[in-house]
Design a protein around this ligand. Structure first.
Ligand code: SF4
Length: 491
């Protein structure tokens, strides 16, 4: 075994982000990179690279096929064990790996994993448990500890409404067919070495055609836990490992038979966090505390306004969508907001669909926007052609330097990043675009934007500068040359 070189089961370069890349798309301190390396190094050691088929899930590790120089299948969300079953039964000599996160395996694909385990398929499942949905922003997963706050349980996971975290290793261990089930952790070097032993044992089990093997790997997600990588590892020791005890749960190929850590039942019954009430009154009280100024109901809309806002992660695309939706709602309209994220937590692409209407809204997806707010070039490339004829296309000309044209739409080039930069607050380019949207389309009033903005910002010290940016956007629009679908240009 080569101990310190890149395993040959990895591609030499990872072309996810263009030729020559040698780093993965994972965040700093993420456990996926470590887990990948453990799996790849064991594939090398066992000499099974040419036999191995890696089933990638949906989630942060969706791009497994960019890293593993093996057979690869990218599976539908939660369905990797079903795909692995098909591979197992058709490729008798293959080593089939199902690599899944906790949202994918314990939430969306719970039925698939339970039945694959119950059938005793001769496959190996690596279950990465980081206690949240990572790719989409840290939402509550089936494995989230009670009391932990996430974007979808902002007052903490409550046992009364959300149940206890699901213990997958324990659940799989109750079935008769699995031959090897172990939970390991990446909380430190010694535990990582132990995790590698479990990975090797599981793959050896499959190689020897013993049956279903399952390794749960507790793994850090510093970005969504809002911790440094070092803090994340300590949190695993302090919080995750007591809830998810490490150890061998089933080993009918070795020395132990269906063993469990002796303190398992005691640990699971012990009080851990005080559950926090997540009832509707708490939300109502929270919104009431915003103390919004009075907002005038708007005149009826003559059509449903379907907005697509798109850009890089970090450009405030989602918060711009929320701001528009909140303003419309405050003016008494019906509205929906639907986020869509790229797979990367940093530097990827993102878009939000917002619908503002006076009638009931059907599907919240916006395929043919009446307004496109494009913050970067890829957004133009992807969505400009989808704007409905007669629609409005607003783009950030600070970043998109070449001219954008659609003869049948109103096209507005807004140097949003430059306007924001001149005010010393580059992060406010999204607010400039929302203000332009309000003034151009009159779907929401710019006065409402000013009133809602303070309640939308997490940090009150940014209210004043954002209000200045709205005024700067108005000044820009007074002198802007706008290409319209009917009259050519107007200013
Ligand atoms: S969001 Fe979390 S799990 Fe996903 S790549 Fe980043 S650190 Fe890893």
């Amino acid at each position: 075994m080569v101990k310190f070189a890149k395993p040959s089961a990895f591609y030499e370069v990872f072309e996810r982000k263009g030729p020559g890349q040698v780093v993965s798309h994972y965040c700093p301190g993420c456990g996926h990179g470590v887990a990948h390396k453990l799996v790849a190094s064991v594939i090398d050691e066992l000499g099974i690279q040419d036999q191995t088929v890696f089933c990638s899930p949906v989630g942060c590790s969706v791009f497994g096929y960019y890293y593993f120089d093996t057979g690869n299948v990218q599976c539908a969300h939660g369905r990797a064990p079903a795909v692995a079953t098909g591979l197992r039964r058709s490729l008798t000599d293959a080593i089939v790996i199902s690599y899944q996160g906790d949202g994918d395996l314990a939430g969306i694909g719970l039925a698939e994993i339970v039945h694959a385990a119950n059938r005793g398929e001769n496959i190996t499942v690596f279950f990465i448990n980081n206690a949240i949905y990572g790719m989409t922003g840290g939402q509550m997963a089936p494995t989230t500890p009670v009391g932990i706050e996430t974007p979808t349980c902002p007052y903490g996971r409550a046992r009364t409404s959300d149940g206890d975290p699901v213990h997958m290793s324990e659940m799989i261990a109750t079935l008769t067919a699995p031959v090897y089930v172990e939970r390991v952790s990446l909380a430190g070097p010694a535990k990582t070495v132990k995790a590698r032993r479990a990975v090797k044992k599981a793959l050896t089990c499959q190689l020897e055609k013993r049956g279903f093997s399952f390794v749960e790997i507790l793994s850090p997600c510093p970005i969504n836990w809002k911790m440094t990588p070092v803090e994340a590892r300590q949190w695993m020791v302090d919080v995750l490992e007591p809830i998810f005890p490490l150890g061998v749960y089933v080993d009918s190929i070795g020395e132990k038979q269906h063993s469990r850590p002796p303190d398992d039942a005691e640990t699971r019954d012990a009080p851990r966090f005080e559950p926090v009430s997540a009832d509707a009154d708490a939300y109502t009280a929270a919104f009431a505390s915003f103390d919004l100024p009075p907002i005038e109901p708007s005149a009826p809309l003559d059509h449903e306004c379907r907005v697509k806002i798109a850009g890089f992660g970090g450009q405030g695309v989602m918060s711009a969508g929320v701001l528009i939706a909140n303003c419309a709602s405050a003016e008494g309209r019906r509205t929906s907001w639907l986020p869509s994220y790229g797979p990367e937590m940093r530097g990827g692409t993102a878009n939000a669909s917002v619908i503002v209407s006076d009638d009931t809204i059907g599907a919240p997806v916006v395929d043919e926007p009446t307004v496109l707010i494009a913050m970067n070039r890829p957004s133009i490339d992807t969505f400009a052609s989808t704007v409905a004829p007669g629609g409005v296309l607003i783009y950030n000309s600070s970043i998109v330097s070449d001219e954008v044209s659609r003869d049948d739409c109103t096209v507005v080039a807004v140097p949003a990043s430059d306007i924001a930069r001149e005010k010393g607050f580059i992060q406010g380019a999204n607010v400039v675009m929302v203000a332009i949207f309000a003034m151009l389309t009159r779907t929401i009033s710019v006065e409402t934007v000013k009133k809602i903005l303070p309640a939308s910002l997490k940090r009150s010290e940014f209210v004043e500068i954002n209000l200045e940016l709205i005024d700067a956007a108005a000044e820009f629009l007074d002198t802007a040359v706008i290409a319209t679908s009917n009259s050519g240009t107007r200013s």
